[in-house]
Design a protein around this ligand. Structure first.
Ligand SMILES: Cc1cc2nc3c(=O)[nH]c(=O)nc-3n(C[C@H](O)[C@H](O)[C@H](O)COP(=O)(O)O)c2cc1C
Length: 390
């Protein structure tokens, strides 16, 4: 492990966040760190874990704990998957491939966003583990179908359909930072960013050596080519997914479909009825509709509604291994993490992602031992106490 990422400098995910803040220009750090509107849900996603208390069984712990699980029929070395994080290539050169590599090396899965800077094929080649493709319908059905075909041919093992983004959330920090001007690609509109870029010379050198502002090589527009970075907001709004789309998406994919962005029993049942192999209880990390339930609070209802007919995953607010364990106790088969590893990517590239995973893995192992539980597969509600109105 690189010295800069070892204790005492980096003990937890918050330390990686602090380093990322120091290494990234403000416009990039805020893109990763920020949420929608008043950031209420962003904060609540994290805070809600404090409402759940552990109930350990002491004096029973054995020497070894088993962190392995199976998600969508694939064994994973730990119950933590890397969530789709769009534009990771802005955070670090070839960010998506770098993160996928770290996930594979740790024995877990990586989910690639439609809105990524690395190609599907490059990301698959970078990882020795399973890779999933997260689908937005940007560019329309034919463009999405072409990406689905590429994902299948490249060997992606699951398709993640995100249903909470009919329009991009209002990220106030991005508006204040003038992020839209940055994406305009006109030199003069980039000038105001020069001071913050020059203040982060290591990031700037990486950005320039990686070809400057990325495009979206997996969104190939007919007669145009890869979609330019500038088009995202409008493109998302023109391509909202509906339940009716699940039919053709499933027919085009022929593999397991994961529905990401479920927060209610009704949507969970609908997703299962439409053939989802798994649902992700997610509010997009508080980046879409602000004021929705924090995900851990929505989890029990979704687990009950799904009733074992599909796998239930959760993301949002996971910053410690203890959070992972609480989600598993309440019925999630595994969790996804977004910012936890994105901070690592900003703090130290692939080594930073590996360090983020290592922190969470060590936390989960230690928490299991302290709980007196020998395997993540054995976690259940008896290991936690939740508020009486849950
Ligand atoms: C910078 C950033 C970009 C994201 N881009 C996408 C995306 O392109 N597609 C998607 O489905 N979710 C996206 N998400 C949401 C994550 O997949 C995940 O739901 C969220 O980060 C979980 O919350 P956490 O960051 O607290 O772990 C993004 C999240 C972040 C932080």
């Amino acid at each position: 492990m690189a010295h800069a990422l070892a204790p005492p400098r980096v003990v937890n995910i918050a330390d990686l966040r602090r380093l990322a803040r120091r290494r990234l220009p403000r416009v990039v750090f805020d893109y990763v760190d920020g949420g929608a509107d008043g950031e209420v849900t962003l904060r609540e996603n994290c805070r809600i874990f404090d409402e759940v208390a552990f109930r350990p069984r002491n004096a029973v712990a054995g020497a070894a704990v088993n962190l392995g699980t199976t998600v969508l029929g694939t064994p994973l070395a730990l119950p933590v998957v890397l969530a789709p994080v769009g534009s990771s290539r802005l955070i670090h050169p070839r960010g998506e491939a770098v993160a996928a590599h770290a996930a594979g090396a740790a024995g877990t899965a990586y989910a690639l966003s439609t809105l990524s800077g690395c190609t599907l094929e490059e990301v698959k080649a970078a990882s020795s583990g399973p890779v999933w493709y997260q689908l937005y319908l940007v560019g329309g059905r034919d463009v999405a179908r072409a990406a689905i075909d590429r994902a299948r041919a490249a060997g992606f093992s699951a398709l993640v359909v995100t249903i909470d983004t009919p329009v991009a959330g209002l990220r106030e920090r991005d508006l204040r930072n003038g992020t839209a001007a940055l994406t305009s690609r006109r030199l003069w509109s980039m000038l105001p960013f020069l001071p913050q870029f020059l203040a982060r010379p290591r990031w700037l050198a990486g950005f320039l050596s990686d070809g400057g502002l990325m495009c979206f090589p997996n969104v190939v527009l007919p007669g145009v080519g890869p979609m330019a970075y500038a088009d995202v907001g409008v493109a998302l709004e023109q391509s909202a997914v509906a339940w009716a789309d699940l039919r053709w998406i499933r027919d085009a994919w022929h593999g397991p479909v994961v529905i990401k962005g479920v927060l209610s029993a009704d949507d969970a049942r609908r997703a299962v009825d439409e053939g989802a192999a798994a649902v992700v209880v997610s509010n997009h990390g508080g980046r879409q509709l602000d004021g929705v339930l924090p995900t851990l609070r929505a989890l029990p209802d979704v687990v009950a509604a799904v009733g074992g007919r599909a796998e239930v995953l959760l993301d949002g607010g996971i910053r410690r291994g203890g959070d992972v364990v609480k989600a598993l106790c309440l019925g999630a088969r595994a969790v996804l993490v977004g910012r936890a590893y994105a901070y690592g990517l900003g703090a130290g590239g692939g080594e930073g992602v590996a360090r983020a995973i290592e922190i969470l893995r060590n936390d989960v192992a230690r928490t299991l031992k302290l709980l007196g539980c020998s395997a993540v597969a054995e976690l259940d509600r008896s290991y936690v106490q939740v508020p009486t109105d849950w």
